[in-house]
Design a protein around this ligand. Structure first.
Ligand code: UN1
Length: 499
């Protein structure tokens, strides 16, 4: 089995502890992907010292030149797209069509960052005074701690690191311990593309040691974390105490609302993709399906029938619709929620179990599961499951559907299927989520638009789009007075005469 290293101090190095963890294929746990460093706070300390040197070099590199490096990273990702999709599927489980999309999202993010190198706009605005200029511009901040989840092993690290780097920061990257191989290849590509080595540090390991060391390190002023709302709270408390800049991207309980006038074929296809794509392990997964009463029975019975025909399997095999869950604790969590749902009085209409036989015994598979007769307020309907479990709720009118959508602690994504433009526009206005889709499922975010949610999904920041560049840069203001006289702001007005 191959043994991988960290990338610290501009070199591939073993962890100081000399200890490693195993990474296995979740579709077949007898398939060992490799051994990866079980790093500790000592490795993080070394990474920070090196990243500080990298930062000094990189911040002095003009932004368009930094952008050129991002573009070359994109080029290399294009070349290796198929290979990365395959290795990602092997360590993470989702089908190749999805892992290809994940790599593509990284490519899109790289090219977007590349072009941003020639913008990175500040503002030049008129001053209140004569012969005085006023402007704002962007400066990098320092070393950024990047802590990422397993479900989008390429897209999410690139969402964070490429804008951070384009702005002139250095990064310390800790990929989720379930997907270290994709993280390794990403860093390999970044270095090959010409990123000065000390600008990027890769420290493998588990959240409790490496993640915690990054969050607590005084030499890391910026933290970006995607993961559970529970862990995000701990990260947030520490960052608050240490006055760190923090971007949090956390849980979701996203609803799709299908109205009586909807195109049901389209809605059916959408909910299958939204609920069971990535085995439901997306913060944008469709985990609640609200169906208006007149079409409820028809759509639900068609959905149950279609769901039964989804093929579970190894994501690298042709014909697989749904891959495994990521690990045993994910299976345990899903099983727990199936029990909770049943004890709350909801009905399992299909799924609800680990499949037997069919070559699935060696993996963390779970049947796509649909619960009927779910009522708003049940734990099943309120809490994030992060698995292939869909709760179906019947509604009467728009007000009721929107109220159910909004009555959860999360607010990432929502989806409405209707042909009524008034309902669609009301949805845009009234649904308390960071993203609303009309006639499309709750997933499908694009790299050049801001991604993120309200309430306990996030802390007000966005990834993607222009907004993320604000997060990774400090705004500085410059005033230039060429009047040759003392002009006192607010004391002397714009005509130069005393107020
Ligand atoms: C996530 O759900 O964890 O919205 C990220 C999408 C993806 C990103 C999802 N591009 O479809």
């Amino acid at each position: 089995m191959k043994t991988f290293k960290n990338f610290i101090g501009g070199d591939w190095v073993p962890p100081i502890s000399g200890e490693y963890f195993e990474n296995r294929n979740p579709a077949d746990v007898s398939d060992e992907v490799g051994r990866f460093p079980l790093s500790t706070a000592n490795d993080v300390d070394r990474a920070v010292e090196s990243a500080k040197r990298g930062f000094e070099l990189w911040r002095a590199t003009p932004a368009p030149a930094r952008g050129d490096v991002m573009r070359r990273i994109g080029d290399l990702m294009v070349k290796r797209k198929e290979e990365i999709a395959d290795l990602m599927s092997r360590e993470m489980g989702k089908p190749l069509t999805e892992t290809r999309g994940d790599v593509q999202e990284g490519i899109d993010t790289a090219y977007y960052a590349g072009s941003e190198g020639r913008r990175l706009f500040g503002h030049t605005v008129p001053s209140e005074m004569k012969n005085k200029w006023a402007m704002s511009f962007r400066r990098p901040i320092g070393v950024c701690g990047i802590i990422t989840p397993f479900n989008f092993p390429m897209a999410i690290p690139t969402w964070k690191m490429f804008p951070a780097l384009l702005c002139g920061n250095a990064c310390i990257f800790k990929p989720a311990e379930d997907v270290p191989h994709t993280g390794h290849v990403l860093v390999e590509i970044m270095v090959e593309a010409g990123l000065p080595p000390e600008v990027i540090q890769l420290v493998h390991g588990v959240g409790e040691s490496v993640g915690a060391a990054i969050v607590n390190h005084p030499g890391i002023p910026v933290i970006s974390f995607t993961g559970s709302t529970e862990t995000g709270r701990i990260v947030g408390e520490t960052c608050g105490r240490m006055h760190k800049r923090l971007s949090l991207e956390m849980g979701g309980k996203n609803a799709m609302m299908v109205f009586n006038d909807a195109d049901l074929d389209l809605a059916l296809e959408g909910v299958l993709w939204g609920a069971f794509g990535t085995t439901g392990q997306r913060c944008t997964a469709t985990s609640r399906l609200l169906i208006q009463d007149r079409v409820h029975d028809e759509l639900l019975s068609r959905l149950v029938e279609k769901t039964k025909s989804l093929k579970l399997g190894d994501g690298r095999k042709k014909g697989t619709d749904v891959g495994p869950l990521i690990n045993q604790s994910a299976v345990d969590k899903v099983e727990k929620y199936v029990d909770i749902g049943q004890s709350e009085g909801a009905d399992v209409l299909t799924g609800g179990r680990r499949p037997q036989g069919k070559g699935l015994d060696n993996g963390y598979f779970f049947e796509p599961t649909i619960f009927g007769r779910v009522r708003a307020g049940m734990r099943l309907e309120q809490e994030e499951i992060f698995g292939p479990v869909l709760s179906v709720i019947r509604f009467r009118d728009t007000d009721e559907a929107f109220a159910i959508n909004n009555d959860v602690k999360y607010g990432l994504s929502s989806s409405v299927y209707t042909r009524d433009v008034n309902v669609a526009m009301r949805a845009m206005n009234e649904l308390d989520t960071g993203i609303t889709y009309i006639n499309a499922p709750t997933i499908g975010a694009e790299a050049h638009l801001p991604f993120g949610g309200v309430k306990q999904t996030g802390n007000g920041h966005r990834e993607g789009g222009w907004e993320v560049y604000e997060f990774y840069s400090e705004t500085k203001v410059g005033y230039l007075d060429f009047s040759g006289a003392l002009q006192r702001a607010q004391i002397v007005n714009y005509l130069g005469t005393p107020d």
